[in-house]
Design a protein around this ligand. Structure first.
Ligand SMILES: [Zn+2]
Length: 506
């Protein structure tokens, strides 16, 4: 039961929501139904068809429209007397500065990326506004409360970097399907359809081969007048046959591992079956490149089926053929996109053939797509639970009920009979470079590092600082801003190219 005090805290509150997606739709609805009357909402995205299964404020007719604006309209239909102010914009826009944040009693995050979360965390610290932060991954979720000086900030604990794999696991000794996906996507797909001049581990081996002039050329290049079918089979034999033979020749590698099996196209696929396939003509006439599909032209329907080695080999050759016959102009500039059907088909087939070689269980296109796109399928219920918890914490924040703040984790399976695990918030980390005064020490080689390396790779990329000012003593080396004089801009640009040791300081 809501107390009188709760109600007035809620009614008078000015709330900023960042994100109107999976969590955001639930959150806006729950805020409105909980009595909040002044809600501002920022989201830069427009509605996509794939959002509709869980972002329930949106309908098919809204596809292409602003999430923030449509969410507002949808909620006003059942709560017509409250104020919702939408911003179809990036929260990192300079308009949303410290003064803007200061207007709010609490900020609620429903974001999907680290960069924006860090940005909002810093603005909340600068404006001294409490932040309720959240996130979900499938069945898992969490809500945390951040109050300057009282609890840890969003960045007090380092966040785990996105999962990466040792290079040799990917290039030589895969043991899980995800390793085969990374290989198919980052090495093979990139080599064939991306920047074809790049050197990567796929063709290092081919140049090891006793050097006829044929071999010294890039194997991945399609020869003049080479039949597309022959080209596809040559690539197949090189990456799944020859490269595996080469790897096997290094006995030490396989002492404690299962030896992979080289697979050649003539074994996986009888010559005729694909040569007789007239699919190219059928697909070549289509105008929309996104509708080109190897599965469609091979008459394969279900993305949930796990294909046999032969089916994977067919899809591999067919997809490669379709890239060259229908999307030739894009070759050389393509990068893997999980929403590109043909790319997903190619990567699924290539990963499965490699998995087959290494005795790793094969996967369906649906599963492979999820792994390739780092997709954990969103669960609407988790979003709803998390949104409810955000509102509960927001109400505590508005009532200044500091001792009852909780970080709550939503678990996949009940632990000690609890699906929701509340934890008291931690104290601020005294050495956090974001919320404490503690300086951060960095060591750089002043004879090798240019100011540009420092600014771009460390200050901006690693530390997430968007508008840094770099000084040495009282000398200003670099700053960012719209209102800088031209000669200052030129001066800073010149500084970026200098190594540290070359700055002469008085
Ligand atoms: Zn901190």
């Amino acid at each position: 039961m809501a107390s009188q005090q709760q109600l007035s805290a809620v009614k008078g509150a000015k709330v900023l929501m960042v994100g109107a997606g999976g969590i955001g739709c639930e959150l806006l609805k729950t805020l409105a139904l909980s009595g909040f009357q002044d809600i501002h909402i920022i989201d830069m995205d427009t509605i996509e068809v794939s959002n509709l299964n869980r972002q329930f404020l949106f309908r098919r007719s809204h596809v292409g429209l602003s999430k923030a604006k449509v969410a507002r309209d949808a909620v006003l239909r059942f709560r017509p007397n409250i104020n919702i102010t939408p911003y179809h914009a990036n929260v990192k826009d300079p308009d949303f500065n410290v003064d803007f944040f200061k207007k709010f009693n609490v900020v609620l995050n429903g974001l999907d990326n680290l960069d924006a979360r860090r940005h909002v965390n810093r603005l909340c610290l600068a404006a001294d506004v409490p932040l309720v932060e959240s996130g979900t991954t499938g069945f898992l979720g969490q809500v945390t409360v951040h109050l300057k000086g009282k609890t840890e900030c969003y960045e007090c604990q380092p966040k785990p970097a996105p999962k990466t794999y040792p290079v040799c696991t990917i290039t030589s000794t895969p043991s899980k399907f995800v390793h085969c996906i990374v290989w198919a996507k980052d090495l093979l797909f990139a080599k064939l359809f991306g920047d074809t001049t790049q050197d990567n581990d796929l063709n290092v081996r081919s140049s090891d081969a006793a050097g006829s002039s044929e071999n010294s050329k890039d194997v991945f290049e399609r020869r003049k007048d080479e039949d597309i079918e022959d080209y596809g089979r040559r690539i197949f034999d090189h990456v799944f046959g020859y490269n595996i033979e080469m790897a096997l020749s290094n006995e030490d590698t396989w002492k404690n591992r299962n030896r992979p099996r080289p697979i050649y196209s003539k074994d996986a696929l009888p010559e005729k079956s694909i040569k007789q396939n007239g699919s190219v003509e059928k697909n070549g006439s289509t105008d929309d490149p996104s509708s080109v599909s190897a599965m469609a032209s091979l008459g394969m329907r279900s993305p949930q089926d796990v294909w046999s080695l032969m089916e994977n080999s067919k899809v591999f050759l067919e997809a490669l053929k379709l890239f060259f016959t229908t999307r030739e102009k894009e070759i050389g500039s393509l990068s893997f996109d999980k929403d590109d059907q043909l790319a997903v088909e190619f990567v699924t087939a290539a990963a499965n053939i490699r998995a087959s070689s290494f005795g790793i269980p094969l996967h369906s296109l649906f599963e492979a797509k999820g792994i390739a796109g780092n997709i954990v399928h969103a669960v609407a219920t988790t979003n709803a639970v998390i949104a409810g918890l955000i509102v509960i914490e927001a109400i505590k924040v508005l009532q200044n009920d500091t001792k009852n703040y909780r970080m709550t984790y939503c678990l996949e399976y009940p632990t000690k009979n609890m699906l929701l695990m509340p934890v008291e918030p931690f104290e601020p980390n005294k050495s956090c470079y974001v919320c404490s005064e503690t300086p951060l020490s960095l060591e750089i080689n002043t004879y090798q590092s240019k100011l540009r390396d420092f600014v771009e790779k460390i200050v901006k990329a690693k530390l997430g600082m968007h508008s840094p000012i770099i000084m040495h003593g009282s000398a200003l080396l670099y700053e960012v801003g719209d209102d800088l004089e031209e000669d200052m801009v030129a001066n800073y640009a010149a500084n970026l190219e200098k190594v540290y040791a070359s700055f002469s300081f008085i």
